[in-house]
Design a protein around this ligand. Structure first.
Ligand SMILES: Nc1nc2c(ncn2[C@@H]2O[C@H](COP(=O)(O)OP(=O)(O)OP(=O)(O)O)[C@@H](O)[C@H]2O)c(=O)[nH]1
Ligand SMILES: [Mg+2]
Ligand SMILES: [Zn+2]
Length: 340
């Protein structure tokens, strides 16, 4: 049966573009993916009904996606174009670059760090590159405020490497900062929570929706490492309006970028570079280098310039690898994957 012009539950976040795209397919039900389990999507068609269960055969689906099912209601037939997506490199195993989309159609990506651990600037820099490349707005949240006396030093340390993103302090236990975080979901926006295992992502979700919707578990005493308690991403409705996506903690944040993420994440250094005497300045020991001058004046941490160089090299290596792979596929006559 054709689903043309079917009424859509706008609370799911349907936009005019998405509705038009869905109506272009005369297939089965259309909805939003709320959870993925071993090849199955849970698809919310309405807030008033339990999600459909559809198979993902051949469909590259992420939580937050809008999808259209096939006529038999068995599988995902189409994934509608994403307006944003947080994508990282899946793994280095087998030396092949594969993309892993953690969350799709998000307005805000919250990079969650814990005040109970020393600030990890290098990790945040990577997360910010992916955050800006996702097309969503990055926000940094420092959790566990209830167990530290003074968060100011950690806040400053992370704000130093996030020149263009707000840094909030919160506690999923005491409720501090929860309202402020909630305000980012205003206008029915979707917030994705990302970070290492044990930093308190699921506890933040529970603080928003009340009770113990998500399972949480204590971290290791010695190094504060989590136990990978959340095993699947989940799209959760906030009371009133808006959505949260809880995600499993990831250990390594490897780049998968193709956009301007690095320039946004390092906007402080890119601004300085505009004032270097030579356009092709490498910021090593060239005369008139504004970046070196800032380092010497104590205004820029040299480790941040090192990070930038490392990430630029990592991105160049990835792009090279991707080009080589496409060339090899062309030679074998394999169809190219659709660009994202
Ligand atoms: N004191 C305090 N403890 C917290 C806070 N947030 C989380 N915790 C504790 O930290 C531990 C880990 O919290 P989770 O919410 O499970 O962490 P997570 O980020 O979801 O971890 P994964 O699902 O493994 O990625 C639990 O014991 C929580 O009770 C907080 O704001 N204050
Ligand atoms: Mg969790
Ligand atoms: Zn320079």
């Amino acid at each position: 049966m054709a689903a043309i012009d079917a009424p859509r539950d706008l609370r799911l976040g349907w936009t005019t573009e998405l509705i038009a795209a869905a109506d272009g397919f005369s297939h089965g039900s259309a909805g939003r993916v709320s959870r993925l389990d071993r090849g199955w999507s849970s698809v919310l068609v309405s807030l008033d009904e339990p999600p459909l269960r559809l198979r993902n055969i051949g469909a590259d689906v992420a939580v937050g996606d809008f999808v259209v099912g096939d006529e038999d209601g068995e599988r995902v037939a189409h994934v509608l174009p994403r307006h944003s997506a947080f994508v990282r490199r899946a793994s280095f195993e087998g030396n092949r670059a594969e993309a892993h989309t953690i969350a799709a159609n998000i307005g805000v990506v919250v990079l969650v760090h814990s005040l109970a651990s020393p600030p990890n600037q290098r990790r945040l820099e990577r997360e910010l590159v992916l955050g800006y490349d996702s097309g969503a707005n990055p926000v940094v949240v420092l959790t566990k405020a209830d167990i530290v006396d003074d968060p100011a030093t950690t806040v400053r340390s992370l704000q130093d490497v996030a020149p263009d993103a707000p840094v909030l302090v919160a506690s999923g236990i005491s409720g501090d900062g929860i309202e402020e975080l909630r305000s980012y979901a205003a206008g029915n926006a979707t917030i994705a929570l990302l970070g290492a295992s044990g930093v308190g992502k699921s506890t933040l979700v529970n603080a928003h929706v009340g009770g113990s919707r998500m399972r949480t578990a204590v971290v290791r005493e010695g190094d504060q490492r989590g136990r990978h308690t959340t095993t699947a991403s989940e799209l959760i409705r906030l009371p009133g309006d808006g959505w949260l996506i809880d995600t499993p903690g990831v250990r390594a944040v490897s780049l998968w970028s193709s956009g301007r993420g690095i320039e946004w994440a390092f906007v402080d250094i890119f601004d300085l570079m505009d004032n270097c005497r030579f356009r092709n300045c490498k910021h090593d020991d060239e005369p008139g280098c504004a970046v070196r001058a800032a380092i010497e004046a104590g205004q820029l941490d040299p480790r941040r310039l090192e990070s930038l160089k490392r990430l630029v090299a990592e991105e160049a290596a990835l792009e090279h690898e991707q080009r080589e792979r496409l060339r090899a596929m062309d030679k074998r006559g394999v169809r190219r994957p659709k660009p994202r």
